[in-house]
Design a protein around this ligand. Structure first.
Ligand SMILES: [Zn+2]
Length: 835
């Protein structure tokens, strides 16, 4: 595997020697237009979309036994060209030079120029109307996620062309025909159904049927040593590819996974009025997948640990599994059938997937308060970014698909669903649904923009959706709301709400409908239009546990935490209230949320001295909560909180005995992943015999994928600083960052609060690496890289490192990456001011 540095150097070298303009191959030197930039720019995409149509790819790949050997490819690209008077740009940026073997255009060998990760086909080789390009090449590895005995593609947002030549933009949808030649014993999975399979001489060749028109970022395949489960639901066949070796775990989960997919499909067909658009339906459970899921039509990929749950699964994980399945299944309509024209609207497919998922999941969990879950799932994470200086608007302009990864985050995934709920509330749910149906029908197998949708929805409501969209979608930040309540003889005389724009010189107004909780006795919910409220902190501190309604209580916790973060409430006060409220809180969603806040309040906002003083009072409360909890899901929530905050010798000894299996946690059956986590938490606490615990855990771990991950992370947990230094240094090599979830797990332990003093020195180099992380990594990696780096720190010195780095940034530093840093550093900045 070649490091990205070399790729960048290679591209720079090619640029140096190219004249900076198109040259007709072997002919007159006629500069026609500048060379295309690295990546796919909106200019290039628009130019191509105006000329090219009816694209079909016929792709054949031969995957060798050894990961170190290149994958050979043959490809025919057929398309209709409206204008053949200018050269045509294809995208192809493999991670090595010399990978392009031969190009034929319309039957004749053609010299093409390679520049900045593109192939330029000369005018002489093109003709108006139908064209066929035939190519022989080796596939680049960067987006193929190759392990020793399996591989899978991730081409979002524009990474297909790192593997093979194509027009890598979302609005040049194509029909795909794939054939894979793989080592014998390997299974294969593509978007299309398997047509035929031939095996000979230790090799297997599989042809897949042609797909419906789909975007390049949705084209996918996987191959390797997989197990396959199959089931029928409502007359449809579902297949699940996986690498889980624990047969009992597979048996425990398989029916639920098929049921959830079946139910989601049925719901979506009814809601949209459109039958499932992509024929067959398979899923692949990827070990340590870099995303929760990826919505390839007919072949959804999931993070295996999100679907194959352990016996210690919490209610949150059960809900999370149902949600991610519904989310990806919703994408078959929202994103796959109708796709954004450009990635500036990527949030649209994400918001609909999340929003539909919430509607789908709710009926399957009748015991759950779903309004409370909506509140706790979306508001804290959305506030976590929107309150920071690094926040962004939901819809962000995008010049180059290379930067598309920086668009993703809590604003898209958590704030946008809140906005969508406001929109549905404003319009009414029937008008909203009818507008969506018309949108899906109008743009089926094609592309659309947010303004296209707003126009269709706007025809169905008297509300001014353009103004609504401007404040909520096109601008960043959230309103600051002040309340003024006047009481007269115990009755509300007046309730005045004012909203204020936190950004100067903008004066934005956020149109919304909300409810305000009014106390102190018999808390009442007062519906208010066009405003939101901040409930008084002092009042909440004394009354929160006694609020009867669990949704109002959840809202109060979110509000109170916000007040703690913005320094209106002291961390110690928050912790004291949480310790008083937890024993009487029965709602699992609220318990989960408060325990999350409590972890953060301990590790992030309490000084080491305060934490040490707190531990002997806090841990018995958590232990008692674990004992008193009814049901394994709630017990698991308490247990993991106790494991994460454990500091006293008594608790650490008990956890060690649990890890040694000398003692059981009553009512809870721990699994392999639980024991791994426990061993890691013990090691980072430097318990005596930590080395032996890690050794033994490695031996105990049976599943090969989990074993490999454990071995990778282990040096980051070492008691020896030099070993941790070496692990961190190794991340400079792209080859060591191939498994992003492994890297993130290691970073979180490297920067664990208990080790923060010795890990401060990694902050600056990690900040320096961020640009390369963004260039070489998958879409979520830059933000998660920063979160994992800064998440364990609270010191003034750590904050100063980040501030100084941001102040010294060159003027051409990407603004989006600067915002990623600022939003990841926000809580560090706030916490350091409390020290
Ligand atoms: Zn999604």
């Amino acid at each position: 595997m070649i490091a990205a540095m070399r790729l960048a150097a290679l591209i720079a070298a090619i640029s140096l020697f190219s004249p900076g303009s198109f040259w007709e191959a072997g002919a007159r030197q006629v500069p026609i237009k500048p060379d295309p930039d690295i990546g796919v720019t909106d200019t290039l995409a628009r130019e191509r979309a105006s000329r090219i149509s009816a694209v079909r790819y016929d792709l054949a790949l031969t995957i060798p036994e050894l990961r170190s050997q290149p994958i050979a490819g043959q490809e025919a690209i057929r398309f209709t060209l409206a204008n053949a008077a200018e050269p045509l740009v294809l995208d192809y940026a493999p991670d090595r030079s010399g990978f392009l073997k031969r190009v034929e255009a319309n039957g004749a060998g053609t010299p093409v120029r390679q520049v900045n990760g593109h192939l330029i086909v000369p005018v002489a080789a093109l003709r108006a109307g139908e064209n066929t390009l035939s190519l022989e090449f080796n596939a680049g590895d960067a987006s193929l996620n190759r392990s020793d005995d399996f591989l899978y593609t991730i081409f979002v947002p524009a990474r297909a062309h790192l593997a093979f030549p194509c027009f890598d933009q979302p609005d040049l949808k194509a029909r795909w025909t794939l054939s894979l030649d793989v080592p014998g014993g390997w299974e294969v999975l593509g978007n299309g159904a398997e047509l035929d399979r031939q095996s000979a001489a230790g090799r297997t060749r599989v042809h897949f049927s042609q797909t419906q028109p789909i975007a390049t970022y949705l084209f996918a395949f996987a191959a390797g040593r997989f197990s396959i489960e199959q089931a029928q639901r409502d007359g449809r066949t579902f297949r699940m590819f996986h690498r889980e070796t624990d047969a009992a775990k597979v048996a425990r989960n398989r029916e639920a996974i098929f049921d959830l997919h079946g139910a989601a499909l049925k719901w979506l067909e009814a809601y949209t009025g459109i039958p499932y658009p992509f024929g067959k339906f398979d899923v692949f459970l990827v070990p340590a997948f870099q995303f929760g899921g990826m919505e390839h039509p007919g072949a959804i990929f999931y993070n295996a640990s999100g679907l194959m749950l352990d016996q210690t699964a919490t209610q949150e994980q059960l809900l999370g599994r149902a949600s991610v399945i519904s989310h990806e299944t919703s994408h078959m309509w929202f994103g796959d059938l109708v796709t954004m024209r450009w990635f500036d609207d990527v949030w649209m497919k994400e918001v609909f997937a999340n929003y539909m998922a919430a509607k789908i999941v709710n009926p399957s969990f009748p015991a759950v308060n779903h309004d409370l879950r909506f509140l706790l799932d979306y508001y804290p994470a959305a506030y976590g970014v929107d309150r920071t200086a690094g926040t962004n608007e939901i819809r962000q302009p995008l010049k180059n698909l290379n930067d598309a990864g920086t668009l993703y985050g809590a604003i898209i995934y958590q704030k946008a669903p809140i906005v969508m709920r406001q929109l549905e509330t404003l319009m009414g749910s029937d008008a909203f649904r009818d507008g969506l149906r018309q949108y899906l029908k109008t743009y089926s197998y094609g592309n659309a923009t947010w303004p296209d949708l707003i126009r269709l929805l706007g025809e169905r409501t008297p509300e001014n959706l353009t103004a609504f969209s401007h404040a909520w979608v096109e601008e960043r930040g959230r309103p600051v709301i002040h309340t003024e309540l006047k009481l007269s003889k115990g009755r509300i005389a007046s309730l005045v709400l004012t909203q204020q724009d936190p950004f100067p010189d903008r004066g934005l107004l956020w149109n919304q409908r909300i409810k305000v909780a009014v106390g102190p006795r018999d808390v009442r919910l007062v519906p208010v239009q066009l405003n939101a409220a901040r409930v008084d902190g002092e009042w909440l501190l004394s009354n929160l546990p006694s609020i009867d309604d669990e949704l109002t209580r959840g809202g109060a916790w979110v509000t109170l935490w916000d007040a703690m973060v913005t320094a209106d409430v002291k961390p110690a006060e928050f912790v004291a209230l949480a310790m008083r409220a937890l024993p009487v809180e029965k709602n699992e969603l609220n318990v989960t949320r408060v325990l999350l806040y409590l972890r953060d309040a301990c590790w992030r906002y309490s000084s080491p001295a305060a934490r040490a003083e707190l531990a002997p009072r806090l841990e018995p409360i958590l232990r008692a909560g674990l004992g008193a909890a009814s049901g394994s899901t709630l017990k698991s929530v308490w247990f993991s909180a106790l494991r994460d905050v454990a500091q006293t010798p008594a608790t650490i000894d008990w956890l060690t005995r649990v890890w040694r299996q000398q003692e059981a946690v009553p009512g809870l059956t721990l699994s392999e992943t639980d024991y791994i986590r426990l061993a890691q938490e013990l090691a980072v606490r430097d318990v005596s015999g930590a080395q032996a615990i890690l050794d033994q855990q490695y031996e105990r771990t049976k599943n090969p994928d989990r074993k490999a991950q454990f071995a990778f992370v282990r040096p980051a947990l070492s008691a020896n600083v030099a070993e941790r230094d070496a692990w961190f240094s190794s991340l400079a090599d792209l080859a060591n960052r191939r498994h992003e979830p492994w890297v993130l797990e290691g970073l979180r332990y490297l920067h664990h609060p208990l080790r923060s003093a010795s890990s401060e020195k990694y902050i600056e180099p990690s900040l320096v690496m961020l640009r390369e992380i963004q260039r070489t990594g998958d879409i979520f990696f830059p933000k998660r890289w920063m979160d994992a780096t800064l998440g364990g720190h609270q010191s003034v010195a750590a904050a100063a490192v980040v501030r100084s780095f941001v102040e010294r940034l060159p003027s051409d530093y990407p603004e989006r990456l600067r915002r990623v840093i600022l939003s990841s550093a926000d809580e560090l900045f706030r916490a350091s001011r409390r020290q």
